[in-house]
Design a protein around this ligand. Sequence first.
Ligand code: ADP
Ligand code: MG
Length: 298
Amino acid sequence: MSENTLIELKGLTKRYGYGDTETLALKDFDLEIKRGEFIMIMGPSGCGKTTLLDIIGLLDRATRGNYILNGEDVASISANRQAKLRAKKIGFVFQNFNLIEDLPIIENVALPLVYTGYSKTSRLKQASRALARFHLQEREYYYPHQLSGGQQQRVAIARAIVGSPEIILADEPTGNLDSRSSHVVMEELKAIHEEGNTIIMVTHNPALTAYATRVINMLDGQIDTDIKTVADANLPQPISVRFKKRKEKKVAEKAEVEATIELPKPKNSPKSKNTKSKTKAKSTKATKSKTQNSRRKK
Ligand code: ADP
Ligand code: MG
């Protein structure tokens, strides 16, 4: 396991039901994920993609095998700390957006911060900044049903990244979107990835694999094919905490979670100041050629 390994799955098996109703959703599944990978997972319905994301996202446990997150076996982490880890380190995006209909979008986005110990004012400020990144600042007090599907999914992505998690899990995030909205959502995910975050996304759309650094095809609870299109050495480097002022950062550093789990290395910290504007300024072209370069280097 190299220093850049974020996740290691060893011999994971997930069984649902017993006897006649027994299903093996994952079978002796091995996978090593480096920081900064953008993995797309494809495969027929029922092959175990959602099960895999649920286990990686600490929403479910494997029946057998090991899940090592940041060098720590998840089985040895208490349920309480797992919940904190999940809130702090992992952002989720779902096909159906999963927004709470009777909360304005700013409060939807602020929800993952409830576990962080920030005051409500601070949580709403952070949510507001996250929404601004997705050009939704003027709609902060709209309710989800007042937005288009594409906008709702951008709210969901803002919610996923508001706490600066380093892992984003997305289960068919464009499954309910038209191609134009899909494109906008994918560009946002790409920008988040380029900041050094690790993204694991399930999709049925082969056209989207152009955004990935690695494409895994699953079949019957196992890996069928696994292709890296960007060499590990060329993956984006993590930058330190986003959306946080220094004072807020100090509070966060005191949190139990951070005492036990290493933060991404602030290698590119001078960059982080301008993350927002830089990300916006980057054109599709520029990033495409960057990806191509890294492919060529390989
Ligand atoms: P995918 O996301 O690739 O469509 P899933 O991970 O949802 O696949 O499901 C994998 C297999 O596990 C399927 O056969 C599914 O029916 C079964 N399965 C998933 N969740 C449950 C559950 N909660 N109870 C019983 N069987 C389940
Ligand atoms: Mg699924």
